[in-house]
Design a protein around this ligand. Structure first.
Ligand SMILES: C[S@@+](CC[C@H](N)C(=O)[O-])C[C@H]1O[C@@H](n2cnc3c(N)ncnc32)[C@H](O)[C@@H]1O
Length: 232
C-alpha cells in the first residue's frame, strides 16, 4: 500500500514530531509498566522513526507488512531486528515488556473481527506487567466523507502533490491517494488505495478487554486521535 511511495514517507510526514511523541510514550511506559524487562516491539513500525528514538531507552524490534517500508526502517536502524508480518496473525515466539502500534496503523485491519485478532496477538506478546499502547484511526463520527485533502512538498529537487477525496462504505473509510511526484529525472503519477476501519471507542475497549488487558483511554493522545493504554 505504501510500496511506490515509501521513499517519500518521511518527508510527507515531516510535520509529525516523532521525538516529542517518543517522549510522551516513554512517560506513559514509565508510569504504567510493572515488568522489570526492557524489550519493546513496534507493530506496523513503518520506516522506523519512533524506533530510532525509542532505541535510546529500550531493546527494540519492529514488525511491518510492507517490505519497502521495512527496508527504510532497516537502513535507519542498523542492528535492530525487524520482522515482516501481518499484525492480525503473527507469532514471534517471545514476550515483550512494551508493544506499541502508532499513527492509526490499527485502522488497516479494517474489520472489528480482525481488530480483535490484532489486539489479541499484541497482548499475547506481552509479559505479565507489560504495556500495550495503540494510537487509533478515526471513529465513525470523526470521519467526514466527501471532503478533499492536499499535501504539497516543494523542495528544489523534489515536488510532491498528494491529493485525495474521502469516502465511506459502512464502517470502512477509504481514499485513493493520488501522487504527482516530480524529480530532476521526471514526473510520475501513482495512485494508492487506503482502506481503514472506523472503530468506536467501545469496539476498541472491548478488543483490549477480550485480550485480557486492563485498558484506559486518553481522548487526546499524541496528535488528537486518542490513545489506548492496556496493561497485562
Ligand atoms: C501510517 S503508517 C505508520 C507507520 C509508523 N508506525 C509511523 O508512526 O510512522 C501505517 C503502517 O502500517 C503498516 N501496516 C498496514 N497494515 C498492516 C498489517 N496488517 N500488519 C502490519 N503492518 C501493517 C503499513 O505498512 C505502514 O507501515
Amino acid at each position: 500500500m505504501f510500496s511506490k511511495t515509501a521513499q517519500y514517507y518521511d518527508i510527507i510526514y515531516s510535520f509529525k514530531d516523532y521525538q516529542a511523541e517518543t517522549n510522551r510514550i516513554v512517560d506513559i511506559i514509565t508510569r504504567e509498566k510493572r515488568s522489570i524487562g526492557n524489550r519493546l516491539l513496534d507493530v506496523a513500525c513503518g520506516t522506523g522513526l519512533h524506533l530510532d528514538y525509542l532505541s535510546k531507552y529500550f531493546e527494540v524490534e519492529g514488525l511491518d507488512l510492507d517490505e519497502e517500508m521495512l527496508s527504510y526502517a532497516r537502513q535507519r536502524n542498523p542492528g535492530t531486528v525487524f520482522h515482516h508480518g501481518d499484525m492480525t496473525d503473527f507469532d514471534l515466539g517471545v514476550g515483550f515488556d512494551v508493544v506499541i502500534c502508532l499513527f492509526s496503523s490499527i485502522g488497516y485491519v479494517k474489520t472489528a473481527e480482525r481488530l480483535r485478532r490484532a489486539i489479541m496477538g499484541m497482548a499475547r506478546h506481552l509479559v505479565p506487567g507489560g504495556v500495550l499502547i495503540v494510537e487509533p484511526w478515526l471513529t465513525p463520527e470523526n470521519w467526514h466523507p466527501g471532503t478533499v485533502h492536499a499535501k504539497l512538498i516543494d523542495e528544489p529537487d523534489l515536488k510532491i502533490a498528494r491529493i485525495n477525496t474521502s469516502y465511506v462504505d459502512g464502517s470502512l473509510s477509504y481514499f485513493d491517494m493520488h501522487y504527482l511526484i516530480g524529480t530532476p529525472d521526471g514526473t510520475d503519477h501513482y495512485v494508492e488505495r487506503h482502506e481503514l476501519g472506523l472503530f468506536t471507542v467501545e469496539e476498541m475497549i472491548t478488543a483490549f478487554e477480550m485480550a485480557g488487558l486492563e485498558v484506559t483511554y486518553d481522548q487526546d493522545g499524541l496528535m488528537g486521535r486518542g490513545l489506548y493504554i492496556g496493561r497485562r
